[in-house]
Design a protein around this ligand. Structure first.
Ligand SMILES: Cc1cc2nc3c(=O)[nH]c(=O)nc-3n(C[C@H](O)[C@H](O)[C@H](O)COP(=O)(O)O)c2cc1C
Length: 320
């Protein structure tokens, strides 16, 4: 059974899964995309920058929203506010219990909640009591090192009312090092009866199939492999459906997608177009002339700058 109706999902990524990124990933076949994580506290202060994270892309019918925080009452009231504002365009709400970043865990948010299952339980049950949309929790293998708590943690989230869980098979202390342990996803799947979404190190269509076969997970969530590569969703969708793999994108297609990404970002983000620098680096990685283009990309400050640098790279790659 798909995870809440979705087979392949774009993971929440702060600073990455904005309107532009989601537009391109949905076009390539992602069944559901996440917003960047949204601070419950920031929303409660009516912070415009935080609210802006909830904007939909043109033509985006539904989006999944991830909240972070650690105060059950604040999380519940802001979840209710999101539901009221977004109505049918909200697919479901997820609670971030996996972010390992120091500035997040030092406040008791993100994966710090894995160290306090009582509080994590209280958050899920408070949010669940405040909204009618499905509520899920996204967490890791455990805090670490080497102490896998995810199966028991998942059971507690289920008992608290979670409609599903997403597991990234790394410990918090691992950050993004080493490998994601898919055995952990399998053990979580065996521990709960709510749907389980698997996450970690899915980079291709074959990986998506391997994760589903190995773990029995209901959905596959992809994060880093989608950076500069929205085609990974077309590949995952085809592979999971048993269809033949689409051809990998050519250099020209990658550069054209980068140009589109820049235009979409400039329409939405205005001065924040510099966010395109990292996307451009991802799109051009490995292309002829990319190493030399890196410095120029890092100096881009406007849509025109990106169009020029990507256009010049297009001339170089067409001669190779
Ligand atoms: C730049 C970046 C930002 C991320 N931001 C979030 C976030 O806001 N919320 C979250 O739950 N996970 C976040 N993650 C973790 C991913 O959602 C995902 O769990 C992790 O990258 C493992 O999946 P992958 O191997 O497919 O990349 C982030 C990861 C990256 C690389």
């Amino acid at each position: 059974m798909p995870f809440l109706g979705y087979n392949v999902l774009l993971a929440p990524m702060a600073g990455v899964t904005d309107v532009a990124m989601r537009t391109l990933c949905r076009e390539q076949g992602a069944d559901m995309c996440f917003t960047e994580m949204v601070s419950a506290k920031g929303l409660s202060f009516a912070n415009d920058k935080t609210r802006h994270l909830l904007d939909l892309a043109p033509g985006e019918d539904k989006v999944a929203v991830q909240l972070f925080g650690h105060e059950p009452a604040v999380m519940a009231s802001q979840a209710a506010w999101i539901e009221e504002q977004m109505g049918e365009s909200l697919a479901y709400l997820d609670i971030n219990m996996g972010c390992p970043a120091r500035k997040i865990v030092s406040k008791g948010d993100g994966s710090a909640l894995m160290k306090d299952p009582e509080l994590a339980t209280a958050i899920v049950s408070a949010v669940k009591g405040a909204v009618s949309h499905p509520v899920t929790a996204k967490f890791r293998r455990g805090w670490g090192p080497d102490k896998e708590t995810a199966p028991e943690f998942a059971r507690r989230m289920e008992q608290a009312g979670a409609d599903g869980v997403t597991v990234h098979g790394r410990f918090s202390l691992q950050m993004y090092h080493g490998f994601a342990d898919w055995g952990c996803i399998e053990r979580v799947k065996a521990a709960v009866s709510v749907p389980v979404c698997g996450n970690g190190d899915v980079c291709s269509g074959q990986d998506a199939v391997a994760m589903r076969e190995r773990t029995g997970c209901d959905g596959v969530m992809i994060a880093r492999a989608a950076e500069g590569n929205p085609w990974v969703f077309a590949q995952a969708k085809a592979a999971l459906a048993g269809a033949s793999q689409p051809e990998p994108p050519t250099a020209a297609q990658r550069l054209a997608m980068a140009q589109r990404h820049a235009r979409l970002l400039s329409q939405r983000e205005g001065r924040n177009i510099v966010r395109m620098r990292k996307h451009a680096m991802w799109y051009v990685a490995g292309l002829p002339g990319a190493a030399a283009a890196r410095r120029q990309i890092n100096e881009c400050e406007s849509l025109e700058d990106f169009e020029r640098v990507l256009g010049e790279l297009g001339h170089i790659t067409s001669y190779n």
